[in-house]
Design a protein around this ligand. Structure first.
Ligand code: C5P
Length: 327
């Protein structure tokens, strides 16, 4: 399942529900976590994590992948459900690239296949929205406009591929802390107008045009909380990037490059600058969470339907089979 960038992140004023209304353009990029779901004893839902930054990730019931599995198990109410999840992380933890959301998306998809649930993609996205604002997009992938909390999605035409260089920071940033600081800097929020020029630029596939219209209203708050980000941004721009954006709530910085050659040159130059913990080259857009292999000998009998009485707001009754995927 892929990481995301927000090519535009327009943030309105804090609402009564504790969230900010957004108009955002997501793009999924070629930096992936991998998740394996194996059958486990009835009632057992567990996760083991390895890779990028996992020392700081709890593997108890608060883990987003565990919460995703439990949400499905509880909703479908079959006590025979159990799953052992293994996550190999490459997406930075607390990096503003929706790594936790990607793992939750993969767990939803994996468990729906393992447990042979009668669930369609739209319904899966509705479960995802209960787990986090970015989870529906991690399932969907590609390029999309997000409104509401970022969970209401419409696909956007994006021609060609864009080449990005990512600079990972030494320490993460807490998303709620960045939003709180945004509230102090911008108590009235920013405008939520649809970024039409950016959408038009995506349709042309022209990276130089796209570079002119990137926007992130959380950037000032993220840089205030982690001032070293400014040096990272400056270094990337001096080394030839078309544009720099803080990714989501940060602290990962994404540099847009003219083409693959320019991205290779920038990643080499940035690595020598010592302004980032690590530098990675990615392209976008890429697909959302996908199944890499199947044939799980899980709890298979009749296709499972949701427990009576457990309802999702506004869900469709369509029972088309989810063709699931992770990776
Ligand atoms: O939805 P998610 O759990 O990912 O959000 C994490 C935190 O980010 C929320 O608790 C909230 O503080 C902040 N947030 C927000 N407005 C949004 C999305 C997230 O204020 N649209």
């Amino acid at each position: 399942m892929p990481a995301k960038l927000n090519l535009a992140l327009c943030v309105g004023p804090l609402a009564d529900d504790g969230y900010h209304p957004l108009t955002t353009i997501f793009q999924a990029v070629s930096l992936h976590d991998e998740l394996i779901a194996q059958p486990a004893a009835p009632g057992e839902i567990s996760v083991a994590m390895s890779g990028e930054g996992t020392d700081s990730v709890a593997v108890d019931d608060s883990n987003l992948a565990v919460r995703a599995a439990r949400l499905l198990a509880d909703s479908y109410g079959d006590e025979r459900f159990g799953v052992r999840l293994t996550v190999k992380k490459s997406i930075p933890v607390a990096g503003g690239m929706a790594g936790g959301s990607a793992d939750a998306a993969a767990a939803l998809l994996a468990c729906s296949v393992l447990w042979d649930l009668d669930i369609d993609p739209e319904e899966l996205r509705e479960y995802g929205a209960q787990l986090g604002s970015d989870v529906p997009f991690a399932l969907m992938g590609g390029t999309a406009i997000g409104t509401g909390r970022g969970d209401k999605l419409v696909p956007v035409l994006s021609r060609g591929s864009h080449h990005w260089v990512l600079a990972f920071a030494d320490t993460g940033l807490s998303t709620p802390a960045v939003y709180r600081h945004f509230d102090q800097l911008q108590p009235d929020g920013c405008d939520l107008e649809m970024p039409t020029e950016l959408i038009n630029a995506l349709a042309t596939g022209d990276s130089e045009e796209l570079a002119r219209h990137l926007r992130n209203d959380l950037a000032a708050a993220a840089i205030d909380l982690q001032p070293s980000l400014q040096a990272t941004i400056d270094a990337g721009l001096e080394c030839g990037a078309l544009a720099a954006i803080v990714s989501g709530s940060g602290p990962t910085v994404a540099f847009l490059c003219r083409n693959e050659e320019a991205a290779v040159a920038l990643s080499v130059a940035l690595s020598a600058e010592d302004v980032a913990r690590a530098v990675r080259r990615v392209v976008g857009p890429v697909a959302g969470a996908r199944l890499l292999s199947g044939g799980c000998p899980g709890v298979r009998a009749a296709r499972r339907t949701r427990r009576p009485g457990v309802r999702l707001a506004g869900r469709s009754q369509d029972s088309r089979r989810q063709d699931a995927g992770l990776g």
